[in-house]
Design a protein around this ligand. Structure first.
Ligand code: ZN
Length: 553
């Protein structure tokens, strides 16, 4: 409809007379750039704890439309599944990415972004993912649209990028940002700028060794407290003892120790932001003929959470770092001066090391994963009279029966293992794959009402899921740390501390609003698709979240 100049003036006057709230802009229709951010292991608890302290990018983002307690609704809360959900709108049962790794029918350990049939063991790509992403959908609908993804982790970048990305980058120890021809184009136009970025970075590090852990602020320093995690005493100080000596020696750049601490430090998210900013500028993202998609996954919070827990000074320093990194990223995005839509969520939540968590809840306990699995194997060998370990690997949460067992023996192993597991005090529930497969979920069941069995159903794939799932007590930490750098805490369970994550939407002009509704991460892709002006060309599990008139009527 054409409006006369007078009508336009009247409309403008009416708008000006409205209270400020109504002036807040709806989400931009068909923005030129969608930025999808994942903060790895960013639990709703961590977000709530640090929300008042953010001063940079995270402060900007939480002052948009915020679902402080959103859900990765499924039960297998790991990195690869969680990232596969974010831009596909499907639960892991639909994406096929049910875990970081699974055993195939022949008993081969299969990494989620390994490439089937590829002889190069370093090949990485989305071939195991059964669905496409938001970036793929927009590229199909709109010629000229582009999709890029950046992360420290290959599995995060690849599963957010999808099947037809224009550039997919992750960090490789000793190399810097890299890609694989199976993940996306590996032409000089894609690899050249990464090579230049890496060369400049390593030259800078060679000239002056980097300070991987900054000095803690007063607020963070106040959290420094010694603990014994498992059999490993830590001082709780920043920098942590695991970082000591990482930049010593003339050839520190080649040392495994340095490469490890680059990841397990607030430095990693800064590098990820630097690389993403470089990408935005050189590709002039947002200045193409259609909607560009940039996915960025910040891994530092997860690395720090696993190795140092999420309740100490180290995580405090890491939260300041990821806040700054996102702030710089947003500045580069806004400098493009095009309509943008920004979304932030997480692949999964997490919990602190059991010993420190126990100080708060009097409950959390540590499970000696290896000893537990060995006990199960040994007891079943004796009970069933078999001369091999009945289960592959030593993960007592996800049990795969060794394919050497024939059908009859497999059934006996199943029955014996389930009975054995149900007698263990640290185990809360035990579920057989058949039981999980047969579980029904009433349409529209909100994520906070799903039973543990239903959560597991959302992670179930008949070819890839384990034969038996054991649900351990809430906030269990797995493994006994013995030496500096061992894992002290993690995630992966069906419990809410691993499922609840923030979901934030922000665009210039958004009016701040917190929403209590339990939105799901599967809702993100259909929501962003609607904002981009397209309908998902494939079925999705989530639904469009109304951020201000963006959803189809
Ligand atoms: Zn993790």
């Amino acid at each position: 409809m054409q409006r006369s100049p007078m009508k336009k003036l009247i409309l403008a006057a009416m708008l000006a007379a409205l209270p400020a709230a109504a002036q807040a802009g709806p989400p931009p229709a068909r923005p030129k750039l969608i930025v999808a951010i994942s903060v790895d292991q960013f639990s709703a608890e961590l977000f709530a704890r640090y929300r008042p302290t953010y001063r940079k990018g995270l402060r900007t983002l939480w002052r948009g439309i915020a679902y402080p307690v959103g859900y990765q609704s499924h039960g297998g809360t790991e990195t690869c599944p969680g990232h596969s959900v974010i831009l596909t709108g499907r639960y892991p049962a639909g994406t096929g990415i049910v875990a970081n790794a699974w055993y195939d029918a022949a008993g081969n350990d299969t990494y989620c972004v390994s490439v089937p049939g590829q002889s190069d063991p370093k090949a990485r790509g989305p071939q195991n993912m059964r669905v496409t992403t938001l970036g793929d959908w927009i590229k199909t609908a709109e010629p000229g649209a582009r999709t890029f993804a950046v992360s420290a982790k290959d599995r995060a970048a690849i599963t957010m990028a999808g099947k037809h990305a224009d550039g997919v980058y992750w960090w490789e120890d000793g190399t810097g940002f890299t890609t694989s021809p199976s993940a996306g184009p590996a032409t000089p136009a894609v690899t050249g700028p990464a090579g230049a970025f890496n060369a400049a970075l390593f030259a800078q590090w060679r000239a002056a060794p980097p300070t991987l852990w900054p000095r803690p602020s007063k607020r963070c320093a106040a959290l420094q407290k010694p603990y014994v995690f498992g059999e490993m005493p830590i001082t709780g100080r920043v920098p942590p003892e695991m970082a000591a000596g990482a930049t010593d020696g003339a050839d520190f750049l080649q040392s495994r120790h340095f490469q490890d601490i680059v990841r397990v430090s607030p430095t990693m998210d800064g590098l990820t932001a630097d690389f993403a900013i470089d990408l935005i500028r050189r590709e002039r993202l947002g200045h193409g003929p259609a909607t560009d998609v940039l996915a960025v996954s910040f891994s530092g919070t997860d690395y720090v959470g696993h190795r140092l827990g999420n309740g100490g000074a180290e995580m405090c320093v890491q939260q300041e770092a990821v806040d700054r990194a996102i702030g710089r990223l947003l500045k580069a995005v806004r400098a493009q001066r095009v309509p943008v839509m920004v979304m932030l969520t997480a692949d999964h939540g997490g919990t602190d090391a059991a010993e420190r968590q126990h100080d708060h809840d009097g409950q959390a306990a540590r499970v000696d994963r290896t000893a537990f699995a060995k006990r199960l194997d040994a007891d079943l060998r004796q009970q069933l009279g078999i001369d091999f370990d009945p289960f592959l690997g030593n993960d007592p949460e996800q049990l795969y029966i060794d394919p050497r067992a024939d059908k009859a023996l497999e059934a006996r192993i199943r029955a014996a293992a389930i009975a054995w597991l149900r007698q263990q005090p640290e185990v809360r529930e035990v579920h057989d794959s058949g039981e999980i497969a047969a579980t029904v979920i009433a349409p529209g069941t909100p994520p906070d009402r799903l039973t543990n069995l239903q959560r597991l159903k959302l992670s179930y794939d008949s070819e890839r899921s384990p034969d038996i799932v054991a649900v351990f007590a809430e906030r269990s930490s797995f493994g006994i740390p013995r030496k500096t750098g061992d894992y002290v805490a993690g995630h992966g369970s069906v419990w809410n501390h691993d499922r609840q994550v923030p979901i934030l939407f922000w665009w210039p002009g958004v009016k701040r609003q917190d929403r209590a509704a339990p939105a799901q991460v599967v809702d993100i892709a259909p929501t962003l698709a609607a904002i981009a002006g397209i309908a998902p060309p494939v079925p999705v599990d989530g639904q469009c979240l109304d951020l201000g008139g963006n959803c189809p009527k």
